[in-house]
Design a protein around this ligand. Sequence first.
Ligand SMILES: NC(=O)c1ccc[n+]([C@@H]2O[C@H](COP(=O)([O-])OP(=O)(O)OC[C@H]3O[C@@H](n4cnc5c(N)ncnc54)[C@H](O)[C@@H]3O)[C@@H](O)[C@H]2O)c1
Length: 348
Amino acid sequence: MGSISDSGVASELESESTTCSRQRVLVTGCNGQIGQVLVPALQARYGESNVFDSDMRGNASITLDVTDVAALTATLHRVQPTQIYHLAAVLSATGEQDPVRAWQVNLNGYFNVLEAAVACGVKQVFFPSTIAVYGPDAPREATPDSAPTRPTTIYGIAKAAGENLAAWYRKKHDLDVRVLRYPGIIGWESAPGGGTTDYAVEIFHAAIHGQDFKCPLGPDRALPMLAMQDAIRGTIEFMEAAPEKILQPSGYNLGGFSAAPMDFAAEITRAIPNFKIDYAPDHRDSIAASWPAGLDDSSARRDWGWQPRYNLRTLSSAMLGHIGAAVAASAADSACEALGTAAAVNAA
Ligand SMILES: NC(=O)c1ccc[n+]([C@@H]2O[C@H](COP(=O)([O-])OP(=O)(O)OC[C@H]3O[C@@H](n4cnc5c(N)ncnc54)[C@H](O)[C@@H]3O)[C@@H](O)[C@H]2O)c1
């Protein structure tokens, strides 16, 4: 387990301000990798009854497809949120396989959210952008927020357009749309949903289960990464920052650390010496090749005090600790169940 406290994001945020108690929050795409961790953090911060989780699938309290304008508008009228965290999306690797759906959800769905937000008097919208907005002509090392955004994936193209839409709604409708450019998010809490950096979560699960790992990226394909706990804390801090601190017109890079598959493998091997990895680069390696290898997030640090807490070593250690503990607990549950069944059979 890492030396950093990973007992929960809410306890690491600054104490509540008076605005906290007045927030009513709607989250779209709540059943994804980020939503499953963000929703409990928002509930701990603003109160369970003030956070409304929605998704088009799974057991969300509100079933909502963001491409359905009528359902979206009706939900906003009913919930009357002050803030929307708009997470619903089709991620990079899946988007390249199904560009029509990626465009419909990532751009049209988001446009619907912005229109409905204006119509229903919502104050703030969070739009999670991505390092995929950068293309091959951006500097690969320490890519700054000011680098050109000429992406080559449908996911990146829709997100870059989304950043421009955010600026337009801020100017035209005085809607406070805030944008962070996330790198690959890595956490033990939830499974990733079709992104190019999913391998960086899956590798830990394979290692804990004693399986060899076939990596879809080349060994030295470095990408920017960020711990889930840091991402959630940073996102809430960003949304709570005073408006005069938000100076970046497009979006802020949210950096953590930079790592390649061979770096994760080396960390895992320190704890599990017989861990084995094979490299079979596929279409995800080509997507990653067009992205930055590392981010310059100095604007976020300077303007609103962003500070990541995890690095490659502490995050790897926390991933192995948490996933290992969950697997052990589930094995113990199964053993108890088996004993219970055996006892019942013997008694019968
Ligand atoms: N996870 C990352 O590493 C990462 C990195 C950069 C940016 N982001 C962005 O953060 C956001 C959340 O990412 P995530 O990793 O949780 O994604 P995810 O794929 O795990 O989850 C997305 C969720 O959106 C839902 N969804 C899809 N289409 C929908 C629709 N039409 N209506 C309502 N819900 C719909 C899905 O059911 C899913 O639960 C996305 O906008 C993504 O682009 C994520």
